[in-house]
Ligand binder design. Structure first.
Ligand code: SF4
Ligand code: SF4
Ligand code: FES
Length: 241
């Protein structure tokens, strides 16, 4: 079976506008979208640019829009697509550097702002941090995030407001705030008590639909909102006493 790969091409150093380019491709067996792209680049057009690393759904480098749906190129099998035309576009909401490669800088900046790491307790445990399974169950979903930025590309708030931190960064913050080992002070995560943070989300759940790892980042934003409100109430009562 032959497929037509219709790929968005754009080189800002050379082109005025993006354009679609077609490639006819015949897979030699079970093939992913990423493998097909690699074959097309090796055999038909060495100028075609796309990003990948692990090739097995772990590194998060190959997020794309495939026939209008957000997914990882390396985990999308050609025979699962319902058309023999495969339209490939770069992630929206991020500037195109070339073809399917986008500039991830705003995504990384948002992530950096939430300080996505554990704030340890003052005293280190004698041997190791022990965490109950049931405590980890609450955050497992968010730990699965591979930072592919599909949710960021799908979010309508990011599209209209570049200062919004976006679903992945906020869900990642929720992952740490709810980790029983994390001792971050409230002031550190109160930074997202803003329209550019948790209150900016329109709760239209596009991010949940787009996520290839079923992280459901909007659930994390909701949880963060609840934790934020609860924390503020507790602090208010403490002050009044
Ligand atoms: S639920 Fe919130 S973060 Fe997710 S896509 Fe919608 S507006 Fe963006
Ligand atoms: S939440 Fe899902 S879509 Fe967003 S960066 Fe993480 S893995 Fe990708
Ligand atoms: S290449 Fe690593 S997730 Fe696809």
């Amino acid at each position: 079976m032959k497929y037509t790969f219709r790929v968005l091409r754009f080189d800002p150093t050379r082109d005025r506008d993006p354009r679609f380019q077609d490639y006819v491709y015949e897979p030699r067996g079970k093939t992913t979208v990423l493998e097909a792209l690699m074959d097309i680049r090796n055999e038909q057009d060495y100028d075609l640019s796309f990003r990948y690393s692990c090739r097995e759904g772990v590194c998060g480098s190959c997020g794309l829009v495939i026939n209008g749906r957000f997914d990882l190129g390396c985990r999308t099998m050609l025979d699962t697509l319902d058309s023999d035309t495969v339209v490939l576009e770069p992630l929206p909401n991020l500037e195109v550097k070339k073809d399917l490669v986008v500039d991830m800088a705003p995504f990384w900046k948002a992530l950096q702002e939430v300080e996505p790491f554990l704030f340890p307790a003052d005293e280190a445990p004698e041997r190791e941090h022990r965490v109950e399974d049931r405590q980890m169950e609450k955050i497992d979903q968010f730990v699965s995030c591979i930072l592919c930025a599909c949710c960021y590309g799908a979010c309508p708030v990011v599209a209209r407001d570049g200062s919004y931190l976006g679903p992945a960064a906020l869900a990642k913050l929720n992952r740490f705030v709810r980790d029983p080992r994390d001792r971050r002070p409230f002031r550190s995560w109160a930074k997202v008590d803003t329209e550019g943070g948790v209150w900016g989300c329109d709760t239209v759940f596009r991010c949940n639909e787009a996520c290839p790892r079923e992280v459901r980042p909007a659930d994390g934003i909701q949880a963060l909102r609840r934790a934020m409100t609860w924390n503020k109430i507790k602090r208010m009562f403490k002050r009044e006493r």
